[in-house]
Design a protein around this ligand. Structure first.
Ligand SMILES: [Zn+2]
Length: 369
């Protein structure tokens, strides 16, 4: 009998929908893989650095405006869309307070300065501890989505067998943040290390984490062998012990804190003569890849207990953390091989991760109910 799982529509709680003409294609790719909603990241150009159009700062889009763009591009088909505010040097406690009161502000995103694609507007963490922004978020119940990497590191501090920017961040920065704002709800985004897993597990229920398909499936060996640049994302894929820790966290039957956030990031030009854009595109294929990762972690997805763990990770824990309703509508994942194709966006195209790694089929397929 074919293995299959019928699941509630799920929320992708970390995705990049970008801007402009291609947005509608990226949104359709999310809908095609059973997404009830998304948390759409604010690292657009310009960044989504204010909540309301009337906020008195210049040079940014507002959540109000970006949400309108998402809706115009087909986002009305989602049950729920959250756009976090990009924390910048211009973010004030007042903006948080008014934004939360308006109902438009549900989350804020911290980027380490220059840490990833379009992160040039990021500002150091300490600033938001001192200027009342995190306190205002804590008071208003606004979630902090955090890209947890130490900024400004190079060489061995950035990445070697014993150190990396994420490990340093979770050991050096996060404990003090947690102690200073015990009521602040925090999502540790796209975690990649055993240190980040331990941090989340040792914290209260206010602290959770998103996990991407690529960090469950691959390690740095997969990236460097043949320089598979479609697997280049930030934070980088890490080592086997890190992947094991993440796999154990997401497959734990008692998991309530680790949930799906693909960090799917479409790039129509991924590699250039002088470098490579960070981000893996998993639109259309993410639940299939998560299922593959659960199997590679040793779970038999024919087994109802294993299916329950998968459902918690993909469909239940995330909306529960964000206070979103679990949809009654369902979709079905079947263990039937399916093709992976390039996503066409007019004259441009985006390569989904499996194809970028030389695989034009995946073990699972998806059916919308
Ligand atoms: Zn991201």
């Amino acid at each position: 009998m074919t293995t299959s799982m019928t699941l509630p529509l799920w929320y992708d709680l970390h995705v990049h929908l970008r801007q402009g003409e291609n947005m509608s294609v990226y949104i359709q790719a999310q809908l095609d893989m059973g997404c009830a909603g998304v948390l759409a990241m604010p690292n657009t150009k310009p960044p989504v650095g204010k909540v309301l159009e009337s906020d008195p700062v210049d040079g940014y889009w507002s959540i109000e405006n970006y949400m309108g763009q998402i809706m115009d591009a087909g986002g009305t088909a989602f049950k729920s869309v959250i756009t976090p505010l990009y924390l910048t040097k211009d973010t004030s406690a007042e903006m948080i307070k008014n934004g939360a009161a308006s109902g438009m502000l549900k989350a804020c995103k911290y980027y380490p300065p220059h840490g990833t694609t379009n992160a040039d507007h990021g500002s150091p963490l300490a600033g938001f501890i001192d200027n009342g922004v995190f306190q205002a978020m804590s008071d208003a119940g606004v979630v902090l989505c955090i890209h947890g990497e130490e900024h400004g590191t190079t060489g061995v501090d950035y990445f070697d067998a014993d150190h990396n920017a994420e490990k340093n961040f979770y050991l050096n920065e996060m404990p003090a943040l947690r102690a200073a704002f015990p009521d602040l709800k925090i999502v540790c985004e796209h975690i990649t290390t055993k240190e980040a897993v331990s941090f989340v597990k040792s914290s209260s229920d206010n602290i959770a984490a998103t996990v991407t398909p690529q960090h469950l499936l691959y390690t740095v060996g997969h990236l460097v062998q043949g320089l598979k640049y479609h697997l280049y994302c930030l934070p980088l894929v890490k080592f086997d012990a890190d992947r094991d820790a993440i796999r154990n966290a997401v497959t734990d039957p008692d998991n309530t804190k680790f949930f799906a956030g693909t960090d799917s990031a479409p790039h129509t030009t991924k590699a250039t003569p002088c470098g490579c854009a960070a981000g893996c595109f998993t639109g259309g294929v993410a639940p299939q890849l998560y299922a593959q990762a659960f199997e590679e972690a040793g779970l038999d997805l024919n087994d109802t207990h294993a299916q329950k763990s998968f459902e918690k990770f993909l469909c239940l824990n995330g909306p529960q953390f964000y206070g979103l309703d679990i949809p009654e509508e369902t979709f079905t994942l079947m263990r039937v091989e399916s093709d992976v194709e390039t996503l066409q966006c007019g004259s441009e195209s985006v390569t989904p991760l499996p194809l970028g790694l030389g695989m034009n089929t995946i073990a699972w397929s998806i059916k919308r109910s």
